[in-house]
Design a protein around this ligand. Structure first.
Ligand code: IMP
Ligand code: MG
Length: 184
């Protein structure tokens, strides 16, 4: 666990309620997810598609734990802005350049909350005729949505709190924290 002083140095003095997942816990889970993805796709082309910005750290760690050939691309969807609740409006601001047709797609998301983002992106991406389409989410607030079979790979079932760090932000702050903390 990081010391209080090292947390406050990184946040500029803003204290967090608690550290929910520390670096070691996250690393072990990411290794498990990478192994599971490697096993789930024995054949075919695999495209790991990171949803920016929230997945940037997770994606970087995850692909290094997948022991098979793969390609990486990104997409950008609009998100919460400065608030902490979902508006339900998801727009695509950057579209992957890579061809999706015939490939196994794993969409990498930092956290599933209401599930709106993932649902809309799944609908959009499935029009491009991938061989398969699944979501890998580091965190899933399972209490906030109906079961989602597309979310095939889940790191942690997250509490209904506002989490920051390891890519997750609040109004663009805190993405760089190496751990995941409860801000509320
Ligand atoms: P959904 O569309 O309601 O599932 O929200 C998913 C998106 O909201 C994620 O990609 C995050 O960017 C953001 N989000 C949801 N919950 C949190 C949180 O606890 N901390 C930071 N961002 C969150
Ligand atoms: Mg966000």
């Amino acid at each position: 666990m990081p010391t209080t002083a090292s947390v406050l140095r990184r946040t500029g003095g803003r204290s967090v309620k608690s550290i929910v997942y520390d670096e070691e816990t996250i690393a072990a889970k990411v290794a498990e997810l990478g192994a599971a993805i490697g096993t789930a796709y024995p054949d075919g082309e695999l495209l790991v598609l990171g949803l920016l910005k929230g997945s940037f750290i997770f994606l970087g760690d995850l692909v290094r734990r997948i022991e098979r050939p793969l390609q990486v691309d990104f997409l950008v969807a609009s998100s919460y802005g400065a608030g902490t609740t979902s508006s339900g409006d998801v727009r695509l601001l950057y579209d992957p350049e890579t061809r999706l047709e015939g490939k196994h797609i794993v969409l990498v998301e930092d956290i599933v909350d209401s599930g709106n983002t993932v649902r809309k992106l799944i609908a959009l991406l499935s029009e491009r005729k991938p061989a398969s389409l699944a979501v890998c989410a580091l965190l899933d607030k399972v209490a906030m949505h109906e079961p989602m079979p597309e979310v095939r790979f889940v790191g942690f079932q997250a509490p209904t709190a506002f989490l920051v760090g390891y890519g997750l932000d609040h109004a663009e702050d805190f993405r760089h924290l190496p751990f995941i903390a409860d801000l509320t």
